[in-house]
Design a protein around this ligand. Sequence first.
Ligand SMILES: [Zn+2]
Length: 302
Amino acid sequence: MNLFTFTAHFDSEEACRNHFKEERDKVGVVCKECGHTEHYWIKSRWSYECKKCRHRTSLRSGTIMQGSNLSFMIWYKTMFLMTATKKGFSSKEIQKQLGMKRYEPVWAMVHKLRKAMGNRDARYTLEGMIEMDEGYFTVESSEVEKSRGKRGRGAAGKSPVSVMAESAQLEDVETGEKTSQCRYFKARVLESHHADEINDTVRESFDEKSIVFTDDSTSYVDISDYVELHFSEKSSEKLTKETLRWVHITISNAKRNFPGNYHKIKGKYLQMYLNEFVYKLNRRYFGEKLFDRLVIAGITGL
Ligand SMILES: [Zn+2]
């Protein structure tokens, strides 16, 4: 969706609401009281009414717009901005573009959207051949010190992040040359850098038939308990450039992207920024459909 199609489609609050309702109807509404899924639509109240128990569900209720006083139009413009460029915008910049007086509601909205992006991606597990490694992201150091104390091997001001990438090895039948292609990614901030946490990440993120490639750092010790095979190689330039190629490209792209976009990242919010980065990366071929996808994530991703 570009600026012209956006303004043509969403020129009023009602147009945004109608679109949101259409998308919500496709997903389906479940009654909070009785679990019934058939509803009447009461347009005068912008609410659904359960056909069984008459409980009313507002259009916003159960979506990320629940409890928000901002108009649908503001949400839609924000979702447009967040999907308009590969690079992304800071909340401060979005506030400026929206012409909003107060920063806090914009910040809260943007973070709800980032959370929804993460929830959406959490529905999928990676499969096949998976690269896994850690990157250290610069965050406001006071937060790191407060949240992690002196534990963990990351230096103060650096937050460890586990980055995972599905990569398929392709071999050219004529030349024998091998190339790897990537599909989906995940990134998860590690709080303690404990082996348990890495194991949880593996269990939650990977299909059990996966084959996982890592370096030989000891925290990965139990990975083979949760997947089909685990290969670890001694850290080397070859490992970084070949076996763990996509993970390393992604880590350096994210590291380059964040400081350009955001003034400072607090440790406790790093996951939110990663959510947005990975969500867009995983949908890099969606083009103009990315906006609609984010609307759906906003409906289902609470
Ligand atoms: Zn009901």
